[in-house]
Structure formats: C-alpha cells, structure tokens
Design a protein around this ligand. Structure first.
Ligand code: KIV
Ligand code: ZN
Length: 502
C-alpha cells in the first residue's frame, strides 16, 4: 500500500477564495486543527505577499508540531529570502517556488522565452536549497505546457535539488484521462524522476479536481495538494475530504492510502466554514449536510436491514455522530468536561471555566443541549478578540403593524452608552443603534443566519462580514434569541476592526 502525502493549501490557495482572508490567530487555529487531522504539509501562506502572511507563517512554524510548514515564493530572490526568514525557526520547513511554463503564460504574462524560464527556475531552486533541504517546485500552468518542455523543466529542477515537483492544473482545464497520461509520461521520460516526489495541484473549474488528482495517483503521483471544503481561487481546489475518502474507500483499486485521521474531517470542515464564513453546499460530497441523509423509502428500507446496502462510508469514520441528547441544566462541570473530551476538545482550566459559564446560561434558556450546541459554544470564543465593545442589554419591539424598535445598551471601553433606533425589522433597528453608538463607517457585506440544531429553542448562529478601508472581517454570534445572536455577531466584527486599527 503506497502512502500518498497530503499537502494542505487551505491557508494559501484556500485563502485566495474571495472573502476568505484570515488573520494570524485564525490561521493558527486552522493550522493546529490540520495537524490534528494528520496532514503531511501545511502551506501556511506566501511570505513575501504581505506582512500578515509573513507573521502567520512564522507563528505557525514556531507553534504547530507535526506537519512540515511551507511558504510559497515566486521564482524571485526576494520571495525566496522572505520565505526563509518566515520559516527559519520552524523545525520542519519547505520552500515552494514556482514559475509558469506554458507558452500562453510565458508569451503574454511574463514575456520571457522558454530558455529564460528554465534558467530562472533552476537558479531559484538552487537558491532555495541554499536555505533549506526541502524544496518544492511548480511549473505553473503545467497542464497547458508543451509536454517535451515540461519533461525538460522537471528533470532540470530535480537536478537542481527540488525534492518535490508539483504539476499544477492552474486553470482547471485538464480531463482525468489526459492528466493521468501527463503524469505517466513524466515517469517514462524524466530520467531522475525517482529522486523526487511528484505532486499534483488541481483546480476545480470543470468540477474535475478530485478525479484529476485520483487519476494522477493511479499513474504514480505521491502527493496531492488540496484544501478543506475545496475552497480556493475561483471554483476552488481539490477538496481534501473528497480525495482522502476516495482513496480510503477504494483502497482496493488505488492500492494507496493517506495518513489522515478521517475522524477529524467534519470538525475541520466546520472550523473552516466558521472562520471563512464560506458555507458548504448541502449536497457537497462527504461534508455537506445531506451527504448522509437518505430520503427515499427504498433506501431507508435497505439501510434499516443492512447499512452497506446504501452507505459506502460510515458517518462516524469522518467524525459525524447522530445528534445525541447530551446534557441539560442539571449537568455538572465534570459531565460537561467529559463530553467536551469525547468531542475532541481539550481545554485549559481557564477556557473550561468560560465555556462552562456559557453552557449554564444556555441550559437555563434551552432544555436539551446537543453536541452541536457545545461545539458552537467552544468555537464562539476560540479566537480571542479584545472586547472593546460588549453587549450589556437589548430590548426589541416588533410585530405586525408595529414599528420595529431596538433599545440597546453597549459598553464601549469604560463607558456605557444607550441608544434607541427604529428600522425595517428588528435586526435593522439593532444594527442602526449599534452603528450610531460606535460611529462605524464599515459596510455590511454579508449577513447569514442558521439554526444550529432543530427546534424553536435551538441556538441560532449569525455570521456577518464587514468591510472597512478595503479590509474584510467576519463576526460570529450564537444565542437562542436570533436578534441577540445578530447583535453579538456585529459587535464581534466591530471588535475585530477596532483591534486591527490599534
Ligand atoms: O494553481 C497554481 O498553479 C498554484 C501554484 C502556485 C502552485 O497555486
Ligand atoms: Zn492553485
């Protein structure tokens, strides 16, 4: 059984999804979860692209144990030096440098000849090798590159010291049978190919990124680059959960597997949704809400008789358990801590105290507390934001033939400020009042509400995106009262903007 390496690029290519940018604290949280998931490599960012990326790579390199930490770098001296600076204290580090190789890119974008591109690629791989032992090279737009030239580049960069060569389908153009043939040709023609791992990096413009990656594995690829929930540039990247579960489910065919701890998949997927605000479509393979929902009577009948009739993956194998009634108002701290542990959360005493306090408040409002409620409580405070603003009180009046009104009391620094506003609805009135108190100039880009569990007493979760000075932040709020959840989400986002200004 071959072990295929999983190179996760959620924090780099995934972050290139519109609106998915993450701050360092959020990236660190994701990286720690990716380490739990068992990925081999985390591409933590593109060090030269911004001070924020540089800092995130450095922090992740210093604090996350297990996977190799990688920074992207164009085939330029300044990029490679910056990648090294960000990574230098990380125990396991990789520099991933790239240069386009397709004629379309060379002619129209870079205006260099094939010879010049090859020379620069080799020089930059050598430069990266002078800093670190683990260097990856990507011939960008490889799938639209002349195959003879591609073979020449791959051979030259391996000769120069690249230990991984990644073949990107940058524009999501290739079809599985063709991609398999490209990989096969590389193995047949590149003399030193066995000195490197051949990786693949597929985009999903034609919805084929998972199929293309699997076709590459069948033809010898040893590393797959992918993202959680398939987020990424344009239509996204190959989705980690799909490709990993395809290999695990069809080991018989692929004769290959990964080291991923699949039981962590759902938790990782939910964390990414929470942090990026990008929801997963209900029918998404593996992690969509309907992925294990059987509606048809014939299917349900078969399942009741024998699970394998209609189920090819056990939900528990990806960490999905049927919602269980777990705790209530009379549950104590010990039971709560035990349940948290069963759900995979190990909290410090201080964190536990905070979450337990929230749990008690929730238990007063809601009779039955489900696993999903507990997860919401834990992740609500998972990225610490200094609380300049906090909600003290909120009174709402609205109804048929009533003018929606919000009376809010907000703590701003040391001051307590009251405001009453009317609006088109209770959320609108609340947001007007908060905005009047804070004087925010930010623009509300997105407002999303969802019920965390079923029932009218369920926790409701609100996610908002705000934009100010070309920066986007997301805020979360959860409460049994949806208007309070909306107020908390707005305040959470305003606190993030305030922290950024500081
Ligand atoms: O899609 C792509 O070609 C990339 C490279 C930087 C590997 O993301
Ligand atoms: Zn990409």
């Amino acid at each position: 059984m071959r072990i295929i390496k999983i190179f996760d690029t959620t924090l780099r290519d995934g972050e290139q999804s519109p609106g998915a940018s993450m701050n360092t604290a959020e990236k660190l949280l994701v990286a720690k979860q990716l380490a739990k998931l068992g990925v081999d490599v985390i591409e933590a960012g593109f060090a030269y692209s911004s001070p924020g990326d540089f800092e995130a790579i450095k922090t992740i390199g210093n604090e996350v144990e297990g996977p190799v930490i990688c920074s992207l770098a164009r085939a330029r001296e300044e990029d490679i030096k910056s990648a090294y600076e960000a990574l230098k204290d990380a125990p396991k580090k990789r520099i991933h440098t790239f240069h386009s190789t397709s004629d379309i890119h060379l002619k129209y974008q870079f205006r260099v000849s094939r010879e010049e591109a090859l020379k620069r690629s080799v020089e930059m791989v050598k430069l990266a090798r002078s800093f670190v032992d683990d260097v990856e090279f990507s011939p960008m737009d490889a799938t639209r590159t002349d195959i003879n030239y591609l073979c020449e580049v791959v051979e030259a960069v391996i000769e120069a010291g690249a230990s991984t060569v990644n073949i990107p389908d940058t524009v999501g153009y290739i079809i599985p049978v063709e991609f398999g043939n490209i990989i096969k040709t590389l193995f047949e023609r590149v003399k030193n190919i066995n000195k490197a791992i051949i990786s693949v990096h597929c985009h999903n413009d034609l919805g084929l990124s998972t199929s293309n990656s699997l076709s590459a594995v069948l033809n010898g690829a040893g590393q797959i680059e992918c993202t959680i929930n398939g987020i990424g540039e344009r239509a996204g990247n190959c989705s980690l959960e799909e490709v990993v579960m395809a290999l695990r489910t069809r080991k018989d065919l692929f004769k290959a597997d990964t080291k991923i701890k699949t039981e962590e998949i759902i938790r990782t997927s939910r964390l990414i949704t929470k942090i990026t605000g990008i929801a997963v479509q209900p029918n998404k393979a593996i992690v969509g809400a309907n992925a294990f929902a059987h509606e048809s009577g014939i299917h349900q009948d078969g399942l009741l008789k024998e699970k394998s009739t209609y189920e090819i993956i056990r939900p528990e194998s990806i960490g999905l358990y049927s919602t269980k009634l777990v705790l209530g108002k009379h549950s104590g701290r010990h039971a709560f801590k035990t349940r948290l542990k069963e759900l995979g959360y190990v909290l410090s005493d201080e964190e536990l105290n905070k979450v337990f306090e929230k749990f008690k408040k929730l238990a007063d409002q809601k009779k039955d507390i489900f696993d999903e409620d507990i997860e919401a409580l834990v992740s609500e405070g998972s990225v610490e934001v200094p609380e300049f603003y906090s909600l003290v009180d909120l009174y709402i009046a609205s109804g048929v033939n009533q003018k929606p009104t919000a009376a809010i009391k907000l703590k701003a620094g040391e001051e307590i400020i009251d405001k009453l506003e009317h609006g088109d609805g209770p959320v609108d009135a609340t947001y007007k009042a908060i905005s009047a108190i804070t004087g925010t100039k930010s623009k509300l880009l997105k407002f999303e509400v969802k019920g965390i569990t079923g029932g009218t007493d369920a926790l409701g979760e609100v996610i908002v995106s705000l934009e100010e000075d070309n920066r986007t932040v997301r805020g979360h709020g959860a409460d049994t009262d949806i208007i309070v959840a909306a107020a908390k989400a707005y305040i959470n986002a305003l606190n993030k903007l305030a922290a950024r200004k500081k």
